[in-house]
Design a protein. Structure first.
Length: 419
């Protein structure tokens, strides 16, 4: 495999078929809509202005670029619509290293030169692809000293510096311009596959406009999970920068308690703008939680939980689990209520797994029944989790009716906010 640095290709002399100098390479382009890695053209500075040399018309890259066509046949470079320019859009820009789960700055780009193998397909032309991005000192030094230090001395110096590069297929590009994002088909499918906590760490390292760009392209569910992991100050900034419709779509996918906490931190006018755009059912869940003080049990609870009639069997519980669409953390315990909605008992999921399907759920309840009232201070809630080693804690109103559940994740988030 032959590799070539972008910094070495930029400024390289371009020769026409006769060997005469036609110009110098000013830019190297990709057309992401067609191929994310294959170089589609070179923009060459000629005496008659910048012109586009299709890479299919390049016969060789060896001590310069040799074109198979004359410069007069190259179209003028009147714009870069639909093109991703490697120097402008990649060099010195921040990108997301999906494999390393971090934000890095590009110092140079490594290109791979492949010659076509089928000699019967016509004239032989090389194929140039983006192979990796250099994020270490090697790329920076190569650019700084190119044309300053003798080539032999520069090669010797670079040989002593270990490379730090990221394969191109592990790189997510950040494009802040929505129009260009659509034209270039830049999305964040790779980023979306990471754990929400990793996405949150990455987002927190980005500039405000870059954060917005990322959240605009993520699926609403992925964006919601990631947003729940982001620091409160950054959450607020992201929500305030987004249009109300998009913000509402993301908030709808969040756990109601997390959504209420987030909206409760926003200015009242902004909160109302988002609530108006939400679906009625999701809106109601969040509004009810917003009415409670955040530092109480009710302010920390979620209204997504599994509660069955006191007469339910294990089979009823299994059926409910199949249909439940809430978070995984709340299904560790299933609660039993009477026809008034009064909390009667709590059944750990482990007991359901080991029981016959006909077993009454009431016979599997865990004692003692530990609960909290809505107005209990959050520090007392934390003490209950610590004392009884709880995973979830039911919250009841003044009539002991089950109104919500607090999870260990909620308690951890609460404790983190106080650090």
């Amino acid at each position: 495999m032959i590799t070539l640095a972008l910094s070495e290709l930029l400024g390289a002399t371009v020769y026409d078929p006769s060997g005469a100098v036609s110009g110098r390479v000013r830019e190297v382009t990709l057309t992401p809509q067609e191929d994310r890695s294959r170089i589609s053209s070179l923009i060459v500075k000629t005496k008659s202005g910048n012109r586009v040399l299709p890479f299919a018309a390049v016969s060789s890259i060896n001590g310069g670029v040799k074109a198979a066509t004359a410069a007069g046949e190259w179209l003028p470079a009147n714009g870069a619509e639909g093109l991703f320019l490697l120097e402008r859009d990649l060099l010195d820009q921040q990108v997301i290293d999906i494999n390393g789960r971090k934000v890095v700055r590009v110092n140079d780009v490594d290109l791979q030169v492949d010659a076509p193998k089928d000699k019967d397909a016509g004239p032989m032309h090389p194929v140039l692809r983006v192979y990796s991005v250099d994020v270490g000192a090697r790329g920076a030094i190569r650019r700084l000293l190119r044309g300053v230090a003798p080539k032999s001395a520069l090669r010797a110096l670079l040989g002593r510096i270990p490379p730090r590069s990221i394969p191109w297929n592990f790189v997510d590009v950040i494009e802040t311009d929505p129009a260009r994002r659509v034209k270039l088909k830049i999305s964040h499918e790779l980023l979306a596959k990471l754990h929400p906590a990793d996405i949150a760490d990455i987002v927190e390292d980005l500039a405000p406009d870059e954060r917005q760009a990322v959240f605009q392209t993520l699926d609403e569910g992925v964006a919601a999970d990631a947003l729940e992991e982001v620091e409160p100050k950054v959450q607020k900034a992201i929500m305030e920068s987004m249009d109300s419709g998009r913000a509402a779509d993301i908030v709808e996918e969040m756990d109601p308690d997390a959504a209420a906490d987030l909206l409760g931190d926003l200015p009242e006018e902004r909160t109302e703008q988002i609530l108006i755009q939400m679906e009625p059912e999701a809106q109601q869940d969040v509004v009810e939680l917003l009415e409670h003080k955040e530092e109480t049990a009710a302010g920390r609870m979620t209204t997504e939980f599994l509660a069955l009639p006191v007469t339910a069997t294990v089979q009823n519980a299994i059926d409910s689990l199949r249909e439940f669409e809430g978070g995984v953390e709340v299904v560790s315990t299933i609660y039993l209520v009477d026809f008034h909605g009064t909390l009667v008992g709590a059944v750990p999921l482990a007991r359901i797994v080991l029981a016959e399907t006909s077993t009454p759920m009431l016979s599997l309840t865990q004692e003692p029944l530990v609960l909290s009232h809505e107005g209990v201070a959050e520090n007392e809630v934390a003490e209950l989790f610590d004392k009884y080693n709880l995973v979830t804690l039911p919250v009841v109103d003044e009539r002991n009716r089950l109104t919500g559940v607090i999870t260990s994740d909620d308690v951890i988030s609460m404790l983190r906010s106080k650090l």
